[in-house]
Design a protein around this ligand. Structure first.
Ligand SMILES: Cc1cc2nc3c(=O)[nH]c(=O)nc-3n(C[C@H](O)[C@H](O)[C@H](O)COP(=O)(O)OP(=O)(O)OC[C@H]3O[C@@H](n4cnc5c(N)ncnc54)[C@H](O)[C@@H]3O)c2cc1C
Length: 556
Protein backbone atom coordinates (compact mmCIF):
# COMPACT_ATOMS: atom_id res chain seq x y z
CA UNK A 1 0.00 0.00 0.00
CA UNK A 2 1.15 3.51 -0.85
CA UNK A 3 1.57 5.92 2.10
CA UNK A 4 0.99 9.63 1.70
CA UNK A 5 0.66 10.46 5.39
CA UNK A 6 3.00 9.84 8.31
CA UNK A 7 1.03 9.18 11.45
CA UNK A 8 2.28 11.32 14.35
CA UNK A 9 2.99 9.57 17.67
CA UNK A 10 2.01 11.26 20.88
CA UNK A 11 3.99 10.13 23.91
CA UNK A 12 2.54 9.10 27.20
CA UNK A 13 3.66 11.55 29.88
CA UNK A 14 3.35 10.43 33.48
CA UNK A 15 0.61 12.58 35.09
CA UNK A 16 1.10 14.13 38.56
CA UNK A 17 -1.54 11.79 40.00
CA UNK A 18 0.75 8.79 39.45
CA UNK A 19 3.64 10.49 41.26
CA UNK A 20 1.65 11.92 44.17
CA UNK A 21 -0.84 9.11 44.55
CA UNK A 22 -3.51 11.80 44.98
CA UNK A 23 -6.45 12.36 42.62
CA UNK A 24 -6.14 15.70 40.81
CA UNK A 25 -9.15 17.97 40.41
CA UNK A 26 -9.95 19.73 37.11
CA UNK A 27 -12.74 22.13 36.22
CA UNK A 28 -13.37 20.44 32.84
CA UNK A 29 -12.21 17.10 31.48
CA UNK A 30 -12.89 16.12 27.87
CA UNK A 31 -12.62 12.41 27.01
CA UNK A 32 -11.74 11.61 23.39
CA UNK A 33 -9.35 13.43 21.09
CA UNK A 34 -11.30 12.81 17.89
CA UNK A 35 -12.41 15.86 15.90
CA UNK A 36 -15.22 16.66 18.34
CA UNK A 37 -13.37 16.30 21.65
CA UNK A 38 -10.47 18.29 20.23
CA UNK A 39 -12.84 21.02 19.06
CA UNK A 40 -14.54 21.18 22.45
CA UNK A 41 -11.24 21.38 24.33
CA UNK A 42 -9.83 24.01 21.95
CA UNK A 43 -12.98 26.10 22.09
CA UNK A 44 -12.96 26.10 25.90
CA UNK A 45 -9.23 26.87 26.12
CA UNK A 46 -9.67 29.62 23.53
CA UNK A 47 -12.16 31.23 25.91
CA UNK A 48 -9.65 31.09 28.75
CA UNK A 49 -10.94 27.91 30.40
CA UNK A 50 -8.47 25.38 31.86
CA UNK A 51 -9.27 22.00 30.33
CA UNK A 52 -7.80 18.51 30.40
CA UNK A 53 -8.19 16.30 27.30
CA UNK A 54 -7.74 12.54 27.68
CA UNK A 55 -7.47 9.98 24.88
CA UNK A 56 -6.68 6.28 24.93
CA UNK A 57 -4.74 6.33 21.65
CA UNK A 58 -1.35 7.77 20.70
CA UNK A 59 -2.07 8.97 17.19
CA UNK A 60 -4.77 10.45 14.96
CA UNK A 61 -7.63 8.64 13.17
CA UNK A 62 -6.26 5.64 11.28
CA UNK A 63 -7.34 4.99 7.69
CA UNK A 64 -10.18 6.53 5.76
CA UNK A 65 -13.18 7.94 7.63
CA UNK A 66 -14.40 11.54 7.34
CA UNK A 67 -13.73 13.32 4.05
CA UNK A 68 -16.04 16.30 3.63
CA UNK A 69 -16.05 19.28 5.97
CA UNK A 70 -18.75 21.81 5.33
CA UNK A 71 -18.70 25.60 5.22
CA UNK A 72 -20.20 25.94 8.69
CA UNK A 73 -17.58 23.67 10.30
CA UNK A 74 -14.87 25.71 8.56
CA UNK A 75 -16.40 28.88 9.97
CA UNK A 76 -16.34 27.34 13.46
CA UNK A 77 -12.68 26.40 12.96
CA UNK A 78 -12.04 30.02 11.90
CA UNK A 79 -13.67 31.22 15.10
CA UNK A 80 -11.34 28.90 17.03
CA UNK A 81 -8.39 30.51 15.24
CA UNK A 82 -7.35 27.69 12.93
CA UNK A 83 -9.52 27.52 9.78
CA UNK A 84 -6.92 28.51 7.19
CA UNK A 85 -4.76 25.42 7.47
CA UNK A 86 -7.64 23.04 6.71
CA UNK A 87 -8.74 25.02 3.68
CA UNK A 88 -5.18 25.36 2.34
CA UNK A 89 -4.60 21.61 2.55
CA UNK A 90 -8.10 20.45 1.64
CA UNK A 91 -9.68 20.30 -1.80
CA UNK A 92 -12.37 23.00 -1.98
CA UNK A 93 -15.50 22.25 -3.95
CA UNK A 94 -19.06 23.48 -4.41
CA UNK A 95 -20.52 21.35 -7.20
CA UNK A 96 -21.88 17.81 -6.93
CA UNK A 97 -23.09 15.73 -9.87
CA UNK A 98 -25.29 12.65 -9.86
CA UNK A 99 -25.29 10.20 -12.77
CA UNK A 100 -27.64 7.40 -13.74
CA UNK A 101 -25.51 4.90 -15.61
CA UNK A 102 -23.43 7.34 -17.76
CA UNK A 103 -25.81 10.31 -17.99
CA UNK A 104 -25.96 13.21 -15.56
CA UNK A 105 -29.42 13.46 -13.95
CA UNK A 106 -28.90 16.06 -11.23
CA UNK A 107 -26.37 18.58 -9.98
CA UNK A 108 -26.15 21.03 -7.10
CA UNK A 109 -24.01 23.98 -6.08
CA UNK A 110 -23.40 24.28 -2.35
CA UNK A 111 -22.49 27.95 -2.67
CA UNK A 112 -25.05 29.46 -5.02
CA UNK A 113 -24.18 33.08 -4.12
CA UNK A 114 -20.75 34.79 -4.14
CA UNK A 115 -19.17 36.85 -1.36
CA UNK A 116 -18.76 34.20 1.31
CA UNK A 117 -15.26 33.56 2.65
CA UNK A 118 -15.41 29.78 2.87
CA UNK A 119 -16.28 27.28 0.15
CA UNK A 120 -19.33 25.04 0.37
CA UNK A 121 -17.15 22.10 1.31
CA UNK A 122 -13.57 20.89 1.52
CA UNK A 123 -12.39 17.33 1.21
CA UNK A 124 -9.64 16.39 3.61
CA UNK A 125 -8.65 13.09 5.14
CA UNK A 126 -9.75 12.84 8.79
CA UNK A 127 -6.17 12.20 9.91
CA UNK A 128 -5.24 15.70 8.72
CA UNK A 129 -8.31 17.19 10.42
CA UNK A 130 -7.20 15.71 13.73
CA UNK A 131 -3.49 16.45 13.23
CA UNK A 132 -4.20 20.14 12.60
CA UNK A 133 -6.58 20.32 15.55
CA UNK A 134 -3.87 18.84 17.76
CA UNK A 135 -1.46 21.51 16.46
CA UNK A 136 -4.00 24.16 17.45
CA UNK A 137 -4.48 22.50 20.85
CA UNK A 138 -0.71 22.63 21.41
CA UNK A 139 -0.74 26.39 20.76
CA UNK A 140 -3.14 26.70 23.71
CA UNK A 141 -1.02 24.58 26.06
CA UNK A 142 -1.15 27.13 28.89
CA UNK A 143 -4.87 26.31 29.19
CA UNK A 144 -5.20 22.91 27.50
CA UNK A 145 -3.41 19.81 28.78
CA UNK A 146 -3.50 16.64 26.67
CA UNK A 147 -2.91 13.11 27.94
CA UNK A 148 -2.55 10.29 25.42
CA UNK A 149 -2.52 6.51 26.03
CA UNK A 150 -4.92 7.21 28.87
CA UNK A 151 -7.96 4.99 28.83
CA UNK A 152 -10.98 5.98 30.89
CA UNK A 153 -12.20 2.83 32.61
CA UNK A 154 -14.80 4.16 35.02
CA UNK A 155 -16.90 7.26 35.53
CA UNK A 156 -18.80 8.02 38.71
CA UNK A 157 -20.98 11.15 38.88
CA UNK A 158 -21.54 12.12 42.55
CA UNK A 159 -23.23 15.38 43.50
CA UNK A 160 -21.35 18.30 42.00
CA UNK A 161 -18.35 16.36 40.76
CA UNK A 162 -17.48 13.37 38.58
CA UNK A 163 -14.78 10.85 39.52
CA UNK A 164 -12.90 9.38 36.58
CA UNK A 165 -10.59 6.38 36.67
CA UNK A 166 -7.88 6.25 34.02
CA UNK A 167 -5.68 3.34 33.00
CA UNK A 168 -2.20 4.15 31.63
CA UNK A 169 0.99 2.30 30.66
CA UNK A 170 2.32 3.23 34.15
CA UNK A 171 -0.78 2.08 36.02
CA UNK A 172 -4.23 3.43 36.89
CA UNK A 173 -5.12 6.67 38.69
CA UNK A 174 -8.22 8.69 39.57
CA UNK A 175 -9.14 12.32 39.09
CA UNK A 176 -12.20 14.41 39.76
CA UNK A 177 -13.78 17.06 37.60
CA UNK A 178 -16.61 19.57 37.84
CA UNK A 179 -17.70 18.87 34.25
CA UNK A 180 -17.06 15.84 32.06
CA UNK A 181 -17.42 16.30 28.29
CA UNK A 182 -17.77 12.87 26.68
CA UNK A 183 -16.48 12.68 23.10
CA UNK A 184 -15.46 9.03 23.07
CA UNK A 185 -17.04 8.15 19.73
CA UNK A 186 -19.86 5.99 18.39
CA UNK A 187 -19.27 3.03 20.72
CA UNK A 188 -18.92 5.46 23.67
CA UNK A 189 -17.62 3.27 26.50
CA UNK A 190 -18.66 6.02 28.93
CA UNK A 191 -22.26 5.92 27.68
CA UNK A 192 -22.20 2.19 28.41
CA UNK A 193 -20.52 2.67 31.82
CA UNK A 194 -23.34 5.03 32.80
CA UNK A 195 -26.01 2.65 31.45
CA UNK A 196 -27.44 5.29 29.11
CA UNK A 197 -29.47 4.34 26.04
CA UNK A 198 -29.05 5.34 22.43
CA UNK A 199 -31.89 4.59 19.99
CA UNK A 200 -32.01 4.21 16.25
CA UNK A 201 -31.49 1.76 13.45
CA UNK A 202 -28.75 -0.07 11.64
CA UNK A 203 -28.79 -0.05 7.81
CA UNK A 204 -28.50 -3.37 6.02
CA UNK A 205 -25.92 -2.50 3.42
CA UNK A 206 -22.15 -2.56 3.08
CA UNK A 207 -19.85 -0.11 1.38
CA UNK A 208 -16.27 -0.61 0.28
CA UNK A 209 -13.90 2.33 0.74
CA UNK A 210 -10.92 2.37 -1.60
CA UNK A 211 -8.54 5.29 -1.23
CA UNK A 212 -6.31 5.41 -4.30
CA UNK A 213 -3.33 7.61 -5.04
CA UNK A 214 -3.36 8.77 -8.64
CA UNK A 215 -2.87 11.81 -10.80
CA UNK A 216 -6.21 12.50 -12.46
CA UNK A 217 -7.59 15.59 -14.10
CA UNK A 218 -11.23 15.09 -13.00
CA UNK A 219 -12.67 18.36 -11.67
CA UNK A 220 -12.83 18.91 -7.90
CA UNK A 221 -16.48 17.91 -7.65
CA UNK A 222 -18.48 15.21 -5.88
CA UNK A 223 -19.52 12.55 -8.38
CA UNK A 224 -22.16 9.97 -7.50
CA UNK A 225 -23.32 7.21 -9.85
CA UNK A 226 -26.43 5.05 -9.67
CA UNK A 227 -26.08 1.79 -11.57
CA UNK A 228 -22.90 2.74 -13.48
CA UNK A 229 -21.73 0.33 -16.20
CA UNK A 230 -18.53 -0.33 -14.22
CA UNK A 231 -20.50 -1.38 -11.07
CA UNK A 232 -23.99 -2.43 -12.22
CA UNK A 233 -27.03 -2.26 -9.91
CA UNK A 234 -25.11 -0.51 -7.15
CA UNK A 235 -23.90 3.02 -6.44
CA UNK A 236 -20.43 4.59 -6.46
CA UNK A 237 -19.14 7.84 -4.97
CA UNK A 238 -15.93 9.65 -5.94
CA UNK A 239 -14.16 12.43 -4.02
CA UNK A 240 -10.77 14.04 -4.47
CA UNK A 241 -8.84 14.49 -1.22
CA UNK A 242 -5.47 16.09 -0.41
CA UNK A 243 -2.17 14.64 -1.76
CA UNK A 244 -3.86 13.25 -4.91
CA UNK A 245 -5.68 10.65 -2.83
CA UNK A 246 -9.09 9.81 -4.36
CA UNK A 247 -11.74 8.27 -2.20
CA UNK A 248 -14.07 5.80 -3.91
CA UNK A 249 -17.04 4.28 -2.08
CA UNK A 250 -18.55 1.21 -3.79
CA UNK A 251 -21.93 -0.02 -2.60
CA UNK A 252 -21.69 -3.80 -2.11
CA UNK A 253 -25.04 -4.95 -0.74
CA UNK A 254 -25.69 -6.63 2.60
CA UNK A 255 -24.75 -10.13 1.39
CA UNK A 256 -21.16 -9.13 0.52
CA UNK A 257 -18.39 -10.76 2.54
CA UNK A 258 -16.41 -7.86 4.05
CA UNK A 259 -13.16 -9.82 4.44
CA UNK A 260 -13.21 -11.11 0.87
CA UNK A 261 -14.14 -7.68 -0.51
CA UNK A 262 -11.10 -6.05 1.08
CA UNK A 263 -8.64 -8.31 -0.74
CA UNK A 264 -6.62 -6.56 -3.49
CA UNK A 265 -7.67 -9.21 -6.02
CA UNK A 266 -11.29 -8.10 -5.51
CA UNK A 267 -10.66 -4.37 -5.09
CA UNK A 268 -8.26 -3.69 -7.97
CA UNK A 269 -10.54 -5.06 -10.73
CA UNK A 270 -13.39 -2.91 -9.39
CA UNK A 271 -11.21 0.20 -9.60
CA UNK A 272 -9.88 -0.72 -13.05
CA UNK A 273 -13.40 -1.20 -14.31
CA UNK A 274 -14.12 2.34 -13.18
CA UNK A 275 -10.91 4.13 -14.21
CA UNK A 276 -9.88 2.05 -17.20
CA UNK A 277 -6.92 -0.33 -17.46
CA UNK A 278 -4.41 2.32 -18.46
CA UNK A 279 -4.64 4.68 -15.49
CA UNK A 280 -1.93 4.10 -12.93
CA UNK A 281 -2.90 4.14 -9.27
CA UNK A 282 -1.80 2.76 -5.92
CA UNK A 283 -4.07 1.70 -3.10
CA UNK A 284 -3.68 3.69 0.12
CA UNK A 285 -6.48 2.24 2.19
CA UNK A 286 -9.26 -0.34 1.88
CA UNK A 287 -12.05 -1.03 4.34
CA UNK A 288 -15.72 -2.02 4.43
CA UNK A 289 -18.25 -0.15 6.53
CA UNK A 290 -21.85 -0.39 7.65
CA UNK A 291 -23.60 2.37 9.53
CA UNK A 292 -26.33 3.33 11.95
CA UNK A 293 -28.54 6.35 12.51
CA UNK A 294 -29.27 6.83 16.21
CA UNK A 295 -29.14 9.35 19.03
CA UNK A 296 -29.34 9.64 22.79
CA UNK A 297 -32.58 11.12 24.12
CA UNK A 298 -30.75 13.68 26.21
CA UNK A 299 -27.17 14.93 25.68
CA UNK A 300 -26.65 16.43 29.17
CA UNK A 301 -26.82 14.20 32.22
CA UNK A 302 -26.07 16.38 35.21
CA UNK A 303 -22.37 17.15 35.00
CA UNK A 304 -21.76 14.71 32.15
CA UNK A 305 -22.19 16.19 28.66
CA UNK A 306 -22.18 14.05 25.51
CA UNK A 307 -20.96 15.45 22.16
CA UNK A 308 -20.31 14.11 18.65
CA UNK A 309 -20.68 10.45 17.73
CA UNK A 310 -21.07 9.54 21.40
CA UNK A 311 -24.39 11.44 21.37
CA UNK A 312 -25.61 10.74 17.82
CA UNK A 313 -24.61 8.93 14.67
CA UNK A 314 -25.63 9.25 11.04
CA UNK A 315 -24.85 7.52 7.77
CA UNK A 316 -21.90 9.01 5.88
CA UNK A 317 -24.22 10.19 3.03
CA UNK A 318 -24.50 13.85 3.83
CA UNK A 319 -21.18 14.19 5.66
CA UNK A 320 -23.02 15.06 8.82
CA UNK A 321 -20.95 13.15 11.42
CA UNK A 322 -17.89 15.25 12.28
CA UNK A 323 -19.57 18.34 10.84
CA UNK A 324 -22.45 18.10 13.31
CA UNK A 325 -20.14 17.08 16.15
CA UNK A 326 -18.05 20.23 15.63
CA UNK A 327 -21.29 22.20 15.81
CA UNK A 328 -22.11 20.43 19.11
CA UNK A 329 -18.91 21.74 20.63
CA UNK A 330 -19.59 25.16 19.04
CA UNK A 331 -22.95 25.20 20.85
CA UNK A 332 -21.71 23.77 24.15
CA UNK A 333 -18.41 25.58 24.81
CA UNK A 334 -19.71 29.11 25.40
CA UNK A 335 -22.60 27.88 27.51
CA UNK A 336 -20.34 25.74 29.70
CA UNK A 337 -17.90 28.65 30.10
CA UNK A 338 -20.70 30.98 31.29
CA UNK A 339 -21.92 28.34 33.75
CA UNK A 340 -18.39 27.73 35.09
CA UNK A 341 -17.86 31.48 35.49
CA UNK A 342 -21.11 31.77 37.45
CA UNK A 343 -22.65 34.05 34.82
CA UNK A 344 -25.40 31.62 33.84
CA UNK A 345 -27.27 28.88 35.70
CA UNK A 346 -26.56 25.24 34.93
CA UNK A 347 -29.99 25.06 33.29
CA UNK A 348 -28.40 26.84 30.30
CA UNK A 349 -26.93 23.43 29.47
CA UNK A 350 -30.46 22.05 28.94
CA UNK A 351 -30.55 24.32 25.89
CA UNK A 352 -27.44 22.53 24.57
CA UNK A 353 -29.36 19.27 24.56
CA UNK A 354 -32.50 20.96 23.22
CA UNK A 355 -30.75 22.73 20.33
CA UNK A 356 -28.32 20.03 19.33
CA UNK A 357 -31.00 17.36 19.80
CA UNK A 358 -33.07 19.14 17.15
CA UNK A 359 -29.99 19.33 14.92
CA UNK A 360 -29.40 15.60 15.43
CA UNK A 361 -33.02 14.86 14.45
CA UNK A 362 -32.58 16.93 11.30
CA UNK A 363 -29.30 15.19 10.46
CA UNK A 364 -30.74 11.74 11.09
CA UNK A 365 -33.83 12.53 9.00
CA UNK A 366 -31.74 13.77 6.07
CA UNK A 367 -29.18 11.03 6.15
CA UNK A 368 -31.91 8.37 6.55
CA UNK A 369 -33.76 9.75 3.51
CA UNK A 370 -30.56 9.70 1.46
CA UNK A 371 -29.77 6.20 2.60
CA UNK A 372 -33.29 4.99 1.80
CA UNK A 373 -32.94 6.45 -1.70
CA UNK A 374 -29.47 5.00 -2.26
CA UNK A 375 -30.30 1.60 -0.78
CA UNK A 376 -34.08 1.10 -1.21
CA UNK A 377 -35.36 -1.60 1.11
CA UNK A 378 -38.37 -2.85 -0.80
CA UNK A 379 -39.20 -3.54 -4.43
CA UNK A 380 -41.75 -0.71 -4.35
CA UNK A 381 -39.17 1.82 -3.11
CA UNK A 382 -36.68 0.57 -5.66
CA UNK A 383 -39.20 0.93 -8.49
CA UNK A 384 -40.02 4.48 -7.31
CA UNK A 385 -36.31 5.33 -6.98
CA UNK A 386 -35.49 4.03 -10.45
CA UNK A 387 -38.43 5.89 -11.99
CA UNK A 388 -37.27 9.14 -10.38
CA UNK A 389 -33.77 8.63 -11.76
CA UNK A 390 -35.04 7.83 -15.27
CA UNK A 391 -37.30 10.91 -15.28
CA UNK A 392 -34.74 13.27 -13.74
CA UNK A 393 -32.74 13.71 -16.94
CA UNK A 394 -35.70 15.40 -18.62
CA UNK A 395 -38.11 16.58 -15.92
CA UNK A 396 -37.16 19.16 -13.26
CA UNK A 397 -39.80 17.91 -10.76
CA UNK A 398 -38.04 14.53 -10.65
CA UNK A 399 -34.60 16.13 -10.22
CA UNK A 400 -35.73 17.55 -6.88
CA UNK A 401 -36.45 13.99 -5.70
CA UNK A 402 -33.00 12.61 -6.55
CA UNK A 403 -31.21 12.09 -3.26
CA UNK A 404 -27.61 10.92 -3.35
CA UNK A 405 -26.91 12.72 -0.05
CA UNK A 406 -28.19 16.11 1.15
CA UNK A 407 -24.95 17.50 2.45
CA UNK A 408 -24.34 18.97 5.87
CA UNK A 409 -25.81 22.39 6.51
CA UNK A 410 -26.08 24.11 9.88
CA UNK A 411 -29.31 23.97 11.85
CA UNK A 412 -31.58 27.00 11.99
CA UNK A 413 -32.35 26.89 15.72
CA UNK A 414 -35.69 28.52 15.00
CA UNK A 415 -37.59 27.01 17.90
CA UNK A 416 -34.90 27.45 20.55
CA UNK A 417 -36.02 28.67 23.96
CA UNK A 418 -32.98 31.00 23.94
CA UNK A 419 -34.36 33.06 21.03
CA UNK A 420 -36.26 36.30 21.54
CA UNK A 421 -39.11 36.06 19.03
CA UNK A 422 -39.41 38.82 16.44
CA UNK A 423 -41.75 41.70 17.22
CA UNK A 424 -40.71 43.73 14.16
CA UNK A 425 -41.09 42.83 10.47
CA UNK A 426 -38.05 41.39 8.69
CA UNK A 427 -37.65 39.39 5.53
CA UNK A 428 -34.99 36.83 4.63
CA UNK A 429 -33.24 34.01 6.40
CA UNK A 430 -31.61 35.64 9.40
CA UNK A 431 -34.37 34.77 11.83
CA UNK A 432 -33.64 34.31 15.54
CA UNK A 433 -31.71 31.05 15.81
CA UNK A 434 -30.17 31.30 12.33
CA UNK A 435 -26.46 30.67 11.81
CA UNK A 436 -25.21 34.09 10.75
CA UNK A 437 -24.43 34.60 7.08
CA UNK A 438 -20.99 35.80 6.07
CA UNK A 439 -20.30 38.92 3.98
CA UNK A 440 -17.31 41.01 2.95
CA UNK A 441 -16.52 43.98 5.21
CA UNK A 442 -14.00 46.76 5.53
CA UNK A 443 -12.53 47.05 9.05
CA UNK A 444 -10.12 49.57 10.56
CA UNK A 445 -7.30 47.19 9.56
CA UNK A 446 -8.41 46.45 5.98
CA UNK A 447 -10.70 44.15 4.02
CA UNK A 448 -12.11 41.18 5.83
CA UNK A 449 -15.17 39.04 6.51
CA UNK A 450 -18.12 39.58 8.80
CA UNK A 451 -17.82 36.19 10.48
CA UNK A 452 -14.20 36.88 11.41
CA UNK A 453 -15.52 39.79 13.48
CA UNK A 454 -18.16 37.70 15.21
CA UNK A 455 -18.10 35.05 17.89
CA UNK A 456 -16.69 34.11 21.30
CA UNK A 457 -18.87 36.72 23.09
CA UNK A 458 -22.29 38.34 22.76
CA UNK A 459 -22.30 41.18 20.24
CA UNK A 460 -24.78 43.76 19.07
CA UNK A 461 -24.73 44.88 15.45
CA UNK A 462 -26.37 48.25 14.88
CA UNK A 463 -26.87 49.50 11.32
CA UNK A 464 -26.65 53.12 10.16
CA UNK A 465 -25.91 54.69 6.77
CA UNK A 466 -23.00 56.83 7.98
CA UNK A 467 -21.18 55.67 11.10
CA UNK A 468 -19.65 59.13 11.45
CA UNK A 469 -23.09 60.61 12.24
CA UNK A 470 -24.12 57.98 14.82
CA UNK A 471 -26.50 59.49 17.36
CA UNK A 472 -24.68 60.23 20.66
CA UNK A 473 -27.44 58.65 22.78
CA UNK A 474 -27.29 55.46 20.70
CA UNK A 475 -23.50 55.39 21.01
CA UNK A 476 -23.86 55.71 24.79
CA UNK A 477 -26.40 52.86 24.96
CA UNK A 478 -24.16 50.68 22.83
CA UNK A 479 -21.25 51.31 25.18
CA UNK A 480 -23.09 50.04 28.25
CA UNK A 481 -24.59 46.64 27.56
CA UNK A 482 -23.52 44.38 30.40
CA UNK A 483 -25.92 41.75 31.77
CA UNK A 484 -25.08 39.65 34.84
CA UNK A 485 -21.36 40.27 34.25
CA UNK A 486 -21.71 39.30 30.57
CA UNK A 487 -20.31 42.13 28.45
CA UNK A 488 -21.90 42.66 25.05
CA UNK A 489 -19.60 44.02 22.38
CA UNK A 490 -21.14 46.78 20.26
CA UNK A 491 -20.47 46.86 16.51
CA UNK A 492 -21.65 49.58 14.18
CA UNK A 493 -22.37 48.39 10.64
CA UNK A 494 -22.53 51.19 8.08
CA UNK A 495 -22.33 52.08 4.42
CA UNK A 496 -19.53 54.53 5.23
CA UNK A 497 -17.82 56.48 8.01
CA UNK A 498 -16.24 55.63 11.35
CA UNK A 499 -18.13 55.74 14.64
CA UNK A 500 -16.64 57.94 17.34
CA UNK A 501 -15.52 56.84 20.84
CA UNK A 502 -13.56 53.93 19.38
CA UNK A 503 -16.77 51.99 18.60
CA UNK A 504 -15.92 49.08 16.33
CA UNK A 505 -17.17 49.91 12.83
CA UNK A 506 -17.65 47.55 9.90
CA UNK A 507 -18.25 48.95 6.45
CA UNK A 508 -20.66 46.88 4.41
CA UNK A 509 -18.55 47.29 1.26
CA UNK A 510 -20.79 45.39 -1.13
CA UNK A 511 -24.11 45.90 0.63
CA UNK A 512 -24.25 42.16 1.34
CA UNK A 513 -24.91 42.55 5.08
CA UNK A 514 -27.78 44.96 4.46
CA UNK A 515 -29.23 42.56 1.91
CA UNK A 516 -28.67 39.29 3.77
CA UNK A 517 -29.88 40.65 7.13
CA UNK A 518 -32.63 42.89 5.66
CA UNK A 519 -31.13 45.98 7.33
CA UNK A 520 -32.62 49.48 7.44
CA UNK A 521 -31.06 52.34 9.39
CA UNK A 522 -31.62 51.51 13.07
CA UNK A 523 -31.86 47.72 12.58
CA UNK A 524 -30.13 45.93 15.44
CA UNK A 525 -29.12 42.28 15.80
CA UNK A 526 -27.98 40.42 18.90
CA UNK A 527 -25.42 37.72 18.04
CA UNK A 528 -24.59 34.76 20.27
CA UNK A 529 -20.99 33.66 20.93
CA UNK A 530 -21.53 30.79 18.43
CA UNK A 531 -22.54 33.19 15.63
CA UNK A 532 -26.26 32.43 15.77
CA UNK A 533 -28.83 35.23 15.81
CA UNK A 534 -30.39 35.62 19.29
CA UNK A 535 -32.73 38.54 18.56
CA UNK A 536 -33.31 41.49 16.19
CA UNK A 537 -35.25 44.72 16.16
CA UNK A 538 -35.85 47.66 13.85
CA UNK A 539 -34.61 50.13 16.49
CA UNK A 540 -32.03 49.95 19.23
CA UNK A 541 -33.43 49.62 22.75
CA UNK A 542 -30.85 48.80 25.44
CA UNK A 543 -33.53 47.34 27.72
CA UNK A 544 -34.68 44.92 25.05
CA UNK A 545 -31.11 43.91 24.26
CA UNK A 546 -30.38 43.20 27.93
CA UNK A 547 -33.58 41.17 28.25
CA UNK A 548 -32.61 39.17 25.15
CA UNK A 549 -29.12 38.47 26.54
CA UNK A 550 -30.70 37.35 29.80
CA UNK A 551 -33.01 35.04 27.86
CA UNK A 552 -30.18 33.66 25.68
CA UNK A 553 -28.20 32.78 28.80
CA UNK A 554 -31.08 31.28 30.82
CA UNK A 555 -30.82 34.23 33.22
CA UNK A 556 -34.37 35.41 32.52
C1 LIG B 1 -16.85 5.83 6.16
C2 LIG B 1 -17.07 7.09 6.92
C3 LIG B 1 -17.15 8.29 6.24
C4 LIG B 1 -17.38 9.46 6.94
N1 LIG B 1 -17.43 10.64 6.26
C5 LIG B 1 -17.63 11.79 6.93
C6 LIG B 1 -17.58 13.04 6.25
O1 LIG B 1 -17.33 13.09 5.05
N2 LIG B 1 -17.79 14.16 6.98
C7 LIG B 1 -18.06 14.12 8.32
O2 LIG B 1 -18.27 15.17 8.92
N3 LIG B 1 -18.07 12.95 9.00
C8 LIG B 1 -17.85 11.80 8.35
N4 LIG B 1 -17.81 10.62 9.02
C9 LIG B 1 -18.09 10.61 10.46
C10 LIG B 1 -16.88 11.01 11.31
O3 LIG B 1 -15.80 10.15 11.05
C11 LIG B 1 -17.28 10.93 12.77
O4 LIG B 1 -18.52 11.59 12.93
C12 LIG B 1 -16.26 11.60 13.69
O5 LIG B 1 -15.05 10.91 13.73
C13 LIG B 1 -16.83 11.68 15.11
O6 LIG B 1 -15.89 12.33 15.91
P1 LIG B 1 -15.87 12.13 17.47
O7 LIG B 1 -14.76 13.00 17.95
O8 LIG B 1 -17.22 12.30 18.02
O9 LIG B 1 -15.51 10.58 17.69
P2 LIG B 1 -14.25 9.75 17.23
O10 LIG B 1 -13.63 10.34 16.03
O11 LIG B 1 -14.68 8.33 17.17
O12 LIG B 1 -13.21 9.95 18.43
C14 LIG B 1 -13.38 9.32 19.68
C15 LIG B 1 -12.05 9.35 20.42
O13 LIG B 1 -12.26 8.88 21.75
C16 LIG B 1 -11.21 8.00 22.11
N5 LIG B 1 -11.74 7.13 23.15
C17 LIG B 1 -12.71 6.18 23.03
N6 LIG B 1 -12.92 5.59 24.20
C18 LIG B 1 -12.07 6.14 25.10
C19 LIG B 1 -11.81 5.92 26.47
N7 LIG B 1 -12.47 4.99 27.19
N8 LIG B 1 -10.86 6.65 27.08
C20 LIG B 1 -10.17 7.59 26.38
N9 LIG B 1 -10.38 7.82 25.07
C21 LIG B 1 -11.32 7.12 24.44
C22 LIG B 1 -10.87 7.31 20.80
O14 LIG B 1 -9.55 6.77 20.81
C23 LIG B 1 -11.00 8.44 19.80
O15 LIG B 1 -9.80 9.16 19.65
C24 LIG B 1 -17.56 9.42 8.35
C25 LIG B 1 -17.46 8.21 9.04
C26 LIG B 1 -17.21 7.05 8.34
C27 LIG B 1 -17.09 5.76 9.10
Amino acid sequence: MQKTFTYPKFDFVKPPELTSGQPGHYPVVVVGAGPVGLSAAIDLANQGQDVLLIDNDDTVSIGSRGVCYAKRALEVLDRMGCGDKFVQKGVSWDVGRTFLREGEVFNFNLRPEPDHHRPGMINLQQYYLEEYLIERAKQLSDKLQMRFKSNVISVLPEGDKVTVRVETPDGPYSLTTDWLVVADGARSPIRTMLGLDIDGKIFMDRFLIADVVMKADFPSERWFWFDPPFHPNQSVLLHKQADNVWRIDFQLGWQADPEAEKKPEKVIPRIKAMLGDEREFELEWVSVYTFQCRRMNQFNHGRVLFVGDAAHQVSPFGARGANSGIQDSDNLAWKLKLVIDGKAPATLLDSYSEERGLAADENIMNSTRSTDFITPKSNTSKTFRNAVLELAANYPFARALVNSGRLSVPSWLATSSLNTPDTDEFTGNMIPGAPMADAPVQTASGEGWLLHQLGNRFQVLHYVEDAGTLDAAIAKSLGDLTVNGIAVEPIVVAKKGQASDGLKTLIDTKGCIAQRYDLQPGSTYLARPDQHVAARWRTLDAGKIKAAVARATANA
